[in-house]
Design a protein around this ligand. Sequence first.
Ligand SMILES: Nc1ncnc2c1ncn2[C@@H]1O[C@H](COP(=O)(O)OP(=O)(O)OP(=O)(O)O)[C@@H](O)[C@H]1O
Ligand SMILES: *[C@@H]1O[C@H](CO)[C@@H](O)[C@H](O)[C@H]1NC(C)=O
Ligand SMILES: *[C@@H]1O[C@H](CO)[C@@H](O)[C@H](O)[C@H]1NC(C)=O
Length: 348
Amino acid sequence: LSIQHGDSGPAPRELPPAVGLLLSMALMNVLLYLCLDRLVTAPRSPTAHPGRCPPGHFSMGQAATCSPWLSCEQLRAEVRPLKRVGEGAVKTVFLSEWKERKVALSRLTRPEVRDDFLHGLRMLQALQSEHVVTLVGYCEDDDTILTEYHPLGSLGNLEATLNLAKYRSLNTWQHRLQLALGYVAILDFLHRSPLGTLVMCDSSDLPKTLSQYLLTANFSIVLNDLDALPLVNRSSGALVKCGHRELRGDFVAPEQLWPFGEDVPFQDDLMPAYDEKSDIWKIPDVSSFLLGHVEGSDMVRFHLFDIHKACKSQVPAERPTAQAVLDTYQKVLNLLRDTATSQTREML
Ligand SMILES: Nc1ncnc2c1ncn2[C@@H]1O[C@H](COP(=O)(O)OP(=O)(O)OP(=O)(O)O)[C@@H](O)[C@H]1O
Ligand SMILES: *[C@@H]1O[C@H](CO)[C@@H](O)[C@H](O)[C@H]1NC(C)=O
Ligand SMILES: *[C@@H]1O[C@H](CO)[C@@H](O)[C@H](O)[C@H]1NC(C)=O
């Protein structure tokens, strides 16, 4: 805002008080407008680590340097378990301390599931990225894995976390849609991973699915449990099955259900295999949980209606790819942000 004075003629010494008041009000408006514009449209910085560490190395939190994954010796000598924070079928997880930093130490629960544990470790090693929890070290001899600790815990705690006074300001449709974007971005990453097309199998119901992801302090999502990520190979025609037991319910994709009726008992070797489109079927349910019930979330649901309908196609091949869903989510986020910004402008 600049006030042009003519070069000729003396500038007035004093403005009449009313003009001064008007000018300062105009200035305030412009400032407010600029601030709101920033608030509403500033892109949330994705937790991108610009130059991620080379293979076999990690960096945690704000640290700029990369260190090699901890060895068995370091793990045994330097890591102190403090308290148990989680337990699943495969791992018991302890909040632990390493060099005055918080880490998560996972121990194998029982030898029968060691193959899953090791598969999870291989995947963790191979898939380190902004979408996956940071591996800090491991010791196969002791069946232990060390990862970055995320105090907000599993995505299943989202509602409880957003109810804490500290995080209540994040309980908006913008932040919640951003989480849904992060979730679909992880599926997109798995479906086009460096190892090939991986299916997120540990997802037989909503709570189970949510428990595989962690909420970071930055309010982004990382995949934590990589124990069940079988590979689809299109060129060899190899499809997958999520486990060897019968799956039931509406949450899993129709092709994951036993197709031969109640009268024929389930038999694993008769169960047809399927592909990564079973993950796409589940997107609307997970996203709906992430969007929750805050002001604006129904408006977001309305804009996602068509893409979610396509995700629920009975025929897997007719469902969109994770990439296509992600593109649509991004468009909806941009559109609604622009609308919110211009509405705020009109109010001024
Ligand atoms: N790095 C971490 N930071 C904070 N909490 C964690 C971390 N890792 C695991 N947890 C907690 O521990 C729980 C169990 O961990 P995890 O899912 O790895 O175990 P699991 O035995 O593989 O589970 P499942 O039965 O699904 O296979 C998680 O749901 C989460 O609540
Ligand atoms: C959170 O984001 C900041 C910068 O945006 C980054 O420095 C920090 O490492 C991130 N923390 C986590 C836990 O991802
Ligand atoms: C897929 O199968 C083909 C043929 O068996 C094989 O050559 C290729 O390496 C496999 N791809 C992946 C990603 O495993």
